[in-house]
Design a protein around this ligand. Structure first.
Ligand SMILES: C[S@@+](CC[C@H](N)C(=O)[O-])C[C@H]1O[C@@H](n2cnc3c(N)ncnc32)[C@H](O)[C@@H]1O
Length: 218
């Protein structure tokens, strides 16, 4: 994948049943829940299950996604569950001050006056091209407090085939955060996918993935 799938590609996923939309948080985030502190940012939050999980634990959580329908569904779930998680339509490549290196966004939009102690990335980093990965991580450096942590789950190069997102190798992961971050741990995990979605074929037990805990240098 030389370029990231665009907004239209994701809108088309949400017009049907996205394979990643499993109606509950991805289990590795539940495992590290005690390490997550507020305020929490969930970039590429989709319909919000991970953000809502941390909201239900009493955290101050903001979920952002660039697909309106995903954010509408997330807001609806928050209302139904009586949770005050904030969901915003926002491009995760516009976190750096305007003008962003990507030239994306509008004046003011990129200079986000918000800071977070934890970021939970469930399947966003791995959609990006090399250039967009750099912009995204640079944006995270802008919005993550010194000493804050990034909890990142992405497809690994252990997952065979090419269906779905880019596979990320261990060196690529380290390289992406080489400037200003320290990798505290990387574990091999599996993504859960919606069993009702049958047009993707992944490894038995779920796509092979990395779960990394990465600390922003102080
Ligand atoms: C693989 S899905 C994961 C969704 C959610 N994190 C989950 O685990 O269910 C990736 C999400 O990132 C969103 N996304 C992709 N590029 C984005 C961008 N530049 N800004 C904001 N959201 C983006 C997509 O709309 C989609 O909801």
């Amino acid at each position: 994948m030389s370029t990231a799938p665009d907004r239209t590609a994701f809108e088309n996923f949400y017009a049907g049943q996205p394979p990643w939309d499993i109606g509950k948080p991805q289990p590795p985030f539940v495992v590290v829940a005690d390490q997550v502190v507020s305020p929490v940012l969930d970039p590429g939050c989709g319909t919000g299950e991970n953000a809502l999980f941390f909201g239900a634990r009493g955290h101050q959580v903001t979920g952002i996604d660039f697909v309106d329908d995903a954010i509408l569904r997330a807001r609806r779930k928050a209302a139904e569950r009586g949770l005050s998680v904030r969901f915003l339509v926002k491009d995760a490549l516009t976190l750096t001050p305007y003008p962003s290196p990507s030239g994306r966004g509008v004046r003011g939009e990129g200079d986000w006056d918000e800071r977070f102690a934890s970021v939970i990335d469930s399947g966003l980093f791995h959609v990006y091209s090399d250039d967009d990965r750099r912009r995204y991580v640079q944006g995270l450096r802008h919005v993550v407090e010194p000493g804050g942590r990034l909890f990142l789950m992405c497809f690994s190069d252990g997952e065979p085939g090419t269906q779905g997102p880019r596979r990320v190798s261990w060196p690529e992961l380290y390289d992406a955060v080489a400037d200003g971050w320290e990798v505290k741990s990387v574990h091999s995990v599996r993504f859960e996918v919606n069993p009702e979605v049958t047009d993707f074929s992944f490894s038995k037990g779920g796509p092979k993935a990395w779960f990394a805990v990465i600390k922003q240098n102080e």
